[in-house]
Write a protein that binds this ligand. Sequence first.
Ligand code: GLC
Ligand code: CA
Length: 560
Amino acid sequence: MTSTELLADTETLPSAPGAEWWRTAVIYQIYPRSFADTNGDGIGDLPGVTAHLDDLRELGVDAIWLSPFQRSPQKDAGYDVADYCDVDPLFGTLADFDAMLAGAHERGIRLIVDLVPNHSSDQHVWFQEALAAAPGSPARARYMFRDGEGAHGELPPNNWESVFGGPAWTRVTESDGTPGQWYLHLFDSSQPDFDWSNPEVRAEFRRVLRFWLDRGVDGFRVDVAHGLIKAEGLPDYTPDPAGGSMGGNEASVPYWAQPGVHEVYRDWHALLAEYDGDRALCAEAWLPTVEKTALWVRPDEMHQAFNFAYLETAWDASALRDIVAESLRAYPAVGAPSTWVLSNHDVVRHASRLALTAENPQGAGIGPLSPGQPIPTLGLRRARAATTVMLALPGSAYLYQGEELGLPEVIDLPDGARQDPTWFRTHGERYGRDGCRVPIPWYSAAPAYGFSPTGASWLPQPSEWAGLARDAQVGDPLSTLTLYRGLLAERRTHRLGAGALEWLGGYGDDVLAFRNGRVTVIANLGAAPVALPEGRMVAASEPVDGRMLPTDTAVWIETE
Ligand code: GLC
Ligand code: CA
C-alpha cells in the first residue's frame, strides 16, 4: 500500500458514533528516551521520532502514544513533570514537537501524549512556591501537605508506602530552618501529589489539556488515572502483599479508585468534546478486575483504559479465554471498546515474561539474581504466538516499541547502570523497570545499533541485539518484524478491530480457537500438536508444516 492510499484510508474512516478511530486503533508506544537519538547524547529525542515515522507507517500502526517529553528533571524518566506545556531540552523544542506531529498526521498516524496529573516534579514552580510558603497557605494547598504525628510532628501523617518502596511522605524544612510539614508522594519523593480537591489544580489541568489539544494532538494517555483523589482523612492502610504495588484486590484502598475521581474525567470528556476529530483519553488505571476498570470508560468519561488484567494473565489457554470473554463483556457493556496490551515501559517485556518460571509481580522487574529466569527461545516463541492472538481480537491494541523486533527484557544490566527510582528506593531489592527500557536497535552494523550516531546509549545494549536490529529483520520472512507487519496488514484488511469474536469448540482445553469475521484463529498452548481447519493460512507465529499446529504457535486462517 502506498502512503497516499494509507492516508486516504485513515482519513475516510467514519467517525460516526460507534466508529471512532480509537475503538479499533493499533497504538504504538514510543518511549522517547530509548527510541532514536539524533544529537548523539545517548538519549532519544523528538527529531528521532520524526526521522522514523516512515518505519512506523510501514509497520502499519494507526497511532502513536508518546511517553513524557515535557520539561522534567528526569528523576522518573519524565513522569516527574516540571512544566506541562513545554518540551524538555533533552528531547528538543516545541517546534520539534510540531514537526513530529505534522509528520505523523501527514502519514495518517494519530498521536496521543502522556499526561501526568497525579503528581508533578518537585521542581515544578508550584511546588517550589509551596516550599517557600507557610503551612496553611494557598501555595501549599495545591499539594498534600500535612503536619506530622508525634509530639514534635516527627512521624509521618499516616503509614502509606510509596509505590516505588519506602514511605509515601517526606518532611520539609520550613523557611526559618525548622523541621516542618510533610508532603505526600505516592511515587518518588521528587513527585509530590497534587491535591485534586483544589479547584486551582483542576483549572490548571484544563489549561494543560487545551494547550496540547490546540496544538493538534489526538488525545492523552492519562498516568495513574485511578489516583488523584485520596480518601477523606487519609486513613492508615496496609496493602495486601499479594496485591502488587499499583493496587491490591482489597475492596477499598484510600489512594486508589476513590469515587470522586470520575468527576474529573467527566469534566475532561466534555472539554475534549469541544474539539473536532474524536480526541480520546486512555486511562492508566491498575485495578484488579476488568469490571472495575470499565468504570473509567463509561460513556461520559474516558474513551479507553489499558487492559492490564489481560497483560497480567499467564500463558494459559483457559485463563486467556476467561479474560478475553470478560473483557468483551465488561467494556462493551458501558459502550467502550476493549483494549489489549502485552508490554509497556513498566513491565517485563513479554518476550521474557511469558517464559518466567516463578512469580514476578508487576513492577518488581527481573535481574540476574531473580528466581525463575526465562529461556529466551521459549519466551520469544510464546510472545510471537501471544501477539498473533492479541492482534486478532476486536477492539484497540497497544504495542510497545521494540516488541516488533522480539526484544527480550535485558536482565543482566550492570547495577551501576540502573536508573529506575524503584531500584534505589528498595535498595536493590526490586530491580525495577530499566530492563524493558534499553534503547532499541535499528541497524546491526552502526554504533549503538543505529540508536545514536555517536554510539552513546543511556542504558547499555546487549551485544546479541545486533541480530535483532530492524535492518537485519526487514525482508526476512521468519523475523518477528515481518510477522508484526503481516499481522497488522491482515488486521486492517479484515477489519478485525471492528469485528466480533465467536468462540470455536472442539479443540481441547489447551487451545484458543475463535473466529473474527472470516479469520479463524487457532493458538496451541498445549504440548500435543493440533489439527488445523481448512482454509488459507494468512499469518503464522512460527512456520507450520502441513496442517498440524505445534506447541506455543498461533495461526490465522482465512475461511469463506
Ligand atoms: C505510571 C507510569 C510509570 C511512572 C508512574 C509514576 O505508572 O507508567 O512509568 O513511574 O506512573 O508517574
Ligand atoms: Ca538526543
